[in-house]
Each structure stands twice: as C-alpha cells, then as structure tokens.
Design a protein around this ligand. Structure first.
Ligand code: NAD
Ligand code: DAU
Length: 362
C-alpha cells in the first residue's frame, strides 16, 4: 500500500492510473479536490477496489495521521500542491498554506508514523516529494542546464513556496532521519491537464475560436516532458533512489513558447481543420507579459539517467501529437472542468492583458 497526495490533479491522476495498471499494490489517494482536482479523471477506477479515495487536506495533520495508522503504507508520494504560477501572482496565500504548511503537516505525520515502524517496514519506508525545476530560478540563453547542485533562486510566489517545501523535506531528513527523496521536474504536458496551463489552454481556446494569448515576446523557453515519462521517473526514484538525494527530471526538449504554440496550431490544422483554409495561427495574440516571468528553464537529467537508468520514451513531437489527439477525443472531460469557476479565472487573468493585444508579428 502507498499513500498518494494530490492524485486527482494532472500528474497525480496520471500517476495513480499508471500505478494501478502496472502494480497489484493498492493505493490511498488523499486529495482536497480544489478547482484543479477532478474525480472525472479517475472515473475508470470507480469499481477498482485497489483505489481508496479520501477527500481531505494535507494540512489536516489528524486526518493524515489516522490514514497512516489505518493503512500502514510503505511510502508516501506527495504531489498535492497549488501549482499554477499566474494564480500564485493573483493570490499567493493558498500557495503558502498548501505548499508550505501542508507539506509541513504531512512531514510531521510521516515522521510520527515512521517512528512507530521497525525492521523491514522501517527500512522500506519512503517519503517522495514531487517538486519543480522552477526552484532554481531563470537561466540565461547560453547557460548550462540546471543540475541538482544549482543554487535555489525562486522568483514567483509559487516557486518560492515549492522551494520552501523542498527545504522542509531536506531538513526532516537531516534532523529527524525521515527517509526522503525529492524530484525536481520540468514542464509536464499530456492527458488530464487542467486547461489553465499553456498547452491545454491553447488547444482549448483554439478549438473554441478564441484568442491564443502569448505572454510577452513568446521567446521564453521551457523544457517539456510527457507526463507518462514523469510517472515512470517517479516510480524509478521510489524503487532505486538514494535516501536524502534529489533527482532532476527533464525531457531534453527545450522549446520557445511561440514555437510550441505554432506547433500546436499546425497539429490542430491537420487534425481538426478549419473551413476555407484558415489556420489556428490566425488566433495568436501577443499580450502583456507575466510579472517576473522566468526566461528559460532547462534540466540536466544526467544523474537520473546514469544512476537510475531512466530516460524519457516520448519526444516532444510524439508526445504533443498524442496530447492534442487526447483533447480532441475527450471534449466531455474538458467541458466538465471548464465550468463557471474556470470562466471567472480566465476573465481575471486575461481581461487586463487584452487591452495590450497585438496581432501576431510574422
Ligand atoms: P495540479 O494543480 O493539476 O493538481 C494538484 C492536486 O492537488 C489537485 O488534485 C488538488 O485538488 C490537490 N490539492 C491541492 N491542495 C491540496 C491540499 N491542501 N490537500 C490535498 N490536496 C490538495 O498539479 P500538477 O500539475 O498535477 O502538479 C503536481 C505536483 O507536481 C505539484 O507538486 C507540482 O508542484 C509538481 N510539478 C508540476 C509540474 C507541471 O508541469 N505541472 C512540473 C514539475 C513539478
Ligand atoms: O517548470 C515546471 C513548472 O511548469 C511547474 O512547476 C508548474 O506547476 C507548471 O505550472 C509549469 O509552470 P509554467 O509557468 O512554466 O507553466 P505555464 O503552462 O503556466 O506556462 C508555460 C509558459 O507559457 C510560460 O513561459 C508562460 C507562457 N504562457 C502561459 C500561459 C498560461 C503564455 O504565454 N500564455 C498563457 O496563457
């Protein structure tokens, strides 16, 4: 038995589905079901007795302690977080509450539970903390990619809160001996991603005939990883990772945002053509930049590749095509998550930006 937090979100749900199709071992899925958590993503598990879903907050120490006592998991895989940078700019408090206080409460409960274990159960126990490359800050265009030794330089409320959680995890290992592992991953994309993040947002808005809002000059660079490859990497770190260590995970797929959006438009033109030869590229608009927008992220994943023999199986081209096709085939899922609350968010985030609209410079 393992305990997963945030298993109704994008990466967590992919991990839960992946785990239950590759293992006989059951899991408990603790998720608060914020706007980002969606049980429709787990609908295929409705009759699966190996999936125990609990709606609750990781910051509720008593709840977490009772789950640990009842189910005696051999590991905790911690995904739950507030995860969207733009939301952290509009409202940082929820990020401090869940990402810092929530992780703190989870660590405390894990530490108390770990103290009750002995022998094989104690030797096996793991707390795996899922984190991000954003804790390392922003790279110059020609700077080498982030290694695990790169200093922490978080620039957004989101990345600062994740950096704080990474430091807590490290401290609980060094001070209390909690057997922890940390992963720092680059930008994920794939099925089940909430359409507030760049790739599903562009697909959704493209299909709706809406503007495709590119922040600033569109030259910011992200390193893209297909979510299924992230799940494989986490499983590998859980099985073979060295306690107390961190592992960078990346897709070796650095792309400028505008190139990502162009590629998406071209895929949509092919897979869901518009009438009269029009292109989705016509919907692209440059809008006011994100405050404090990090220019470039890139991950050096040599360590996980050499020590744990992991590498991604999808290229950006194969992963993106699968992703676009998934969104085309799952319009009901998208309709379900783009409810009233979603519309309120897009109004808040994009209305002010629309005033600075420029059409795409060719
Ligand atoms: P997400 O926003 O899609 O999902 C987060 C999940 O956590 C949701 O199901 C939500 O309901 C749940 N949650 C939020 N607050 C909670 C709380 N207090 N208690 C219990 N559950 C709570 O996020 P994601 O994109 O799937 O990211 C998962 C993790 O991976 C996060 O820790 C994130 O920082 C990290 N990460 C994400 C990416 C990425 O590109 N998305 C890349 C690297 C690392
Ligand atoms: O690097 C890992 C991180 O990747 C994760 O830790 C975060 O949880 C995840 O949200 C993601 O953060 P980003 O800020 O990089 O992702 P986002 O999809 O929000 O934006 C990707 C890039 O696209 C970024 O440079 C901003 C730009 N962008 C984004 C949106 C939503 C736009 O140009 N227009 C948009 O409308």
């Amino acid at each position: 038995m393992i305990l997963v937090t945030g298993g109704a979100g994008f990466i967590g749900a992919n991990f839960v589905l992946d785990w239950l199709s590759n293992h006989d071992e059951p899991l408990i899925n603790l998720d608060k079901l914020t706007y980002a958590g969606n049980l429709a993503s787990l609908a295929s598990l409705a009759n699966n007795g190996r999936h125990i879903f609990v709606q609750g907050d990781i910051a509720d120490g008593a709840l977490v302690a009772s789950l640990l006592e009842k189910y005696q998991p051999r590991a905790i895989v911690h995904f739950a977080a507030e995860s969207h940078v733009d939301r952290s700019i509009h409202g940082p408090e929820a990020f401090l509450q869940t990402n810092i206080i929530g992780t703190f409460q989870l660590l405390q409960a894990a530490r108390q539970f770990f103290a009750t274990l002995s022998g094989q159960a104690a030797a096996q126990f793991r707390f795996l903390h899922v984190s991000t490359d954003e804790v390392y800050g922003s790279l110059a265009p020609d700077a080498p990619a982030f290694t695990e030794q790169h200093p922490y330089e978080p620039n957004s409320p989101y990345s600062a809160s994740k950096a704080a959680s990474d430091h807590l995890v490290r401290a609980w290992h060094h001070t209390y001996g909690l057997p922890v592992l940390t992963t720092n991953c680059s930008n994920n994309y794939g099925p089940l991603q909430f359409p507030e993040k760049l790739i599903p947002l562009m697909i959704h808005r493209g299909l709706m005939g809406e503007d495709l809002p590119v922040y600033g000059d569109g030259q910011n660079v992200r390193d893209w990883l297909y979510v299924g490859d992230h799940c494989t990497a986490i499983r590998r770190v859980l099985e073979k990772g060295t306690l107390g260590e961190t592992y960078n995970i990346g897709g070796r797929a650095e792309m400028k945002n505008l190139d990502v959006v162009h590629t998406l438009c071209d895929l949509l033109d092919e897979l869901r053509p518009k009438t009269k030869g029009a292109s989705y590229r016509d919907q692209i608009r440059f809008v006011t930049d994100r405050p404090g927008h990090d220019r470039r992220y890139a991950i050096d994943s040599t360590r996980i590749a050499t020590e744990l023999e992991w590498k991604p199986s999808e290229t950006f081209a194969t992963g993106l095509r699968k992703t676009v096709q998934w969104y085309l085939d799952h319009e009901a899922w998208v309709d379900n998550v783009t409810s009233g609350a979603y519309r309120q968010w897009t109004q808040l985030n994009y209305q002010a930006r629309e005033q600075d609209n420029q059409v795409e410079k060719k």
